[in-house]
Design a protein around this ligand. Sequence first.
Ligand SMILES: [Zn+2]
Length: 191
Amino acid sequence: MSQKEITRVKKTIRNFLDPSIKFPSEFEILFKRWALLNSFYNTYSDAYFPNLGGDCKKVLNFGREFSSIFTKIEEDKIKVLIEPECVGKGKNDSKPDKYVKEATKQLRVELSLSNGCENCRPEKKIRCDNLLDVAYLFDPFEALMRIIYQIRCNLFHGDKLVFEGNQYERNLRLIKASNLILATVLNEISK
Ligand SMILES: [Zn+2]
């Protein structure tokens, strides 16, 4: 972790401790649900896949191992995350992570939606189009988990712009849909 990232994480912590900043309740719900999921995929990875590496790898592995959960999730919740545009890495018009774009692309095909980034805002579409393709075949649930992991990462950046900027309504929609999906996931894994 670089010094810059450590500074960013400290800022996130300060923002969330600051009583004058009121984060929407949906944000708190995502934190709680992700923490519960995190305890599961960490324990699962430690038990069966001890050499996976970082957090994101554990999430992807979880998605592959529990692929059948995908059928339990309502399509309209998934569509919120992949329509109309790719989830960016960071705020506003930031380009997506190339794996998030690939995961989004593959899920669009899975759900018979338009294949490309035609619906991404013009300024974002340019950034999407400039991303190099990655040769990686996601399991559909793995792809979905990769996208929600990105939303969680963006939220953990904890910048006020996440809920005060011009993308607030969209961010809230993404977070609400993620919360509903996570509720299904948590329910399934705890049976
Ligand atoms: Zn896009």
